[in-house]
Write a protein that binds this ligand. Structure first.
Ligand SMILES: C[S@@+](CC[C@H](N)C(=O)[O-])C[C@H]1O[C@@H](n2cnc3c(N)ncnc32)[C@H](O)[C@@H]1O
Length: 244
């Protein structure tokens, strides 16, 4: 039997709901560029679940030796044998995911994530793991305003939580050039009251930023000297380069 590549391991061995390989690839390409990557670019993944998306990002960072510091934030609630009828945050997960998480993490989702990161060879590309809520001010205040290059939002997708997350994390992005993208975006729902898409559009309209649909349920919004429109190669570019 042939050895699986790192990318194949991310999707075959790790249960998940990640739809944004093209977004991660574009973000790593952009922030690997010499002129942007003065020092290491700070990337935050908000919502990691069992690590499918983290694994894919780790693979890109390792393969390109990219100057990127990756932090992962998730509150990873404990996982019960059967959440049916219970109101835990993992009541929604499919039974095959639950079985995998119980086997890998022994009932702790954070352990399932860590197990998957080690067995997929992703662990050494991750700089920090933060076990807690991304709306906890003790966590938010660890990050300075104007310090983060890329944020990937993939948490609850609830209307009020999304608004709060954007309010807390948007100022953390670098004014000179940064990108915020996220999963599970459905453009058709932007006018549906209390939807995730409505929360995103309301926030960015209020902040004078334009949201772009990247396909595959992904969106991106840029700050500063970056053009967040998806291109043929799905690579966002520096505005200065576009003018050439
Ligand atoms: C849709 S899953 C993430 C999927 C993941 N990116 C993947 O590749 O499969 C959502 C995750 O967000 C986490 N989450 C939800 N709300 C959160 C919050 N406020 N702070 C931190 N993590 C949160 C949940 O624990 C869950 O693991």
């Amino acid at each position: 039997m042939r050895n699986l590549s790192h990318a194949e391991r991310c999707f075959q061995d790790i249960p998940g709901t990640f739809h944004g390989p093209h977004v991660y690839t574009a973000a790593v390409s952009m922030f690997s560029q010499q002129d942007l990557a003065k020092g290491r670019a700070l990337f935050l993944e908000l919502g990691a679940y069992m690590g499918q998306s983290t694994c894919f990002m780790a693979r890109l960072i390792k393969r390109r030796r990219a100057p990127i510091e990756l932090h992962v934030i998730d509150f990873w609630a404990p996982l019960l044998e059967n959440d049916a009828g219970a109101s835990t945050s993992f009541a929604w997960i499919p039974s095959n995911h639950r079985a995998s998480a119980l086997a890998a993490g022994k009932g702790e989702m954070s352990m399932a994530w860590a197990h998957n990161m080690i067995t997929s060879g992703s662990w050494d590309a991750i700089s920090r793991v933060v076990h807690g809520s991304d709306t906890d001010m003790n966590i938010v205040s660890r990050y300075s305003d104007d310090s983060v290059s890329f944020i990937y939002l993939d948490t609850s997708h609830g209307y009020w939580q999304t608004k709060r997350e954007l309010q807390l994390w948007w100022p953390k992005l670098k004014a000179s050039g940064s990108l915020l993208c996220g999963d599970d975006y459905d453009a058709a729902k932007r006018d549906t009251p209390r939807s995730y898409a409505a929360a995103l559009h309301a926030f960015f309209e209020e902040h004078g930023a334009r949201l772009f649909d990247w396909g595959g349920n992904q969106f991106c919004v840029a700050k500063g000297n970056i053009d967040a429109r998806p291109t043929g190669s799905h690579a966002p570019r520096l505005r200065a380069q576009q003018r050439r």
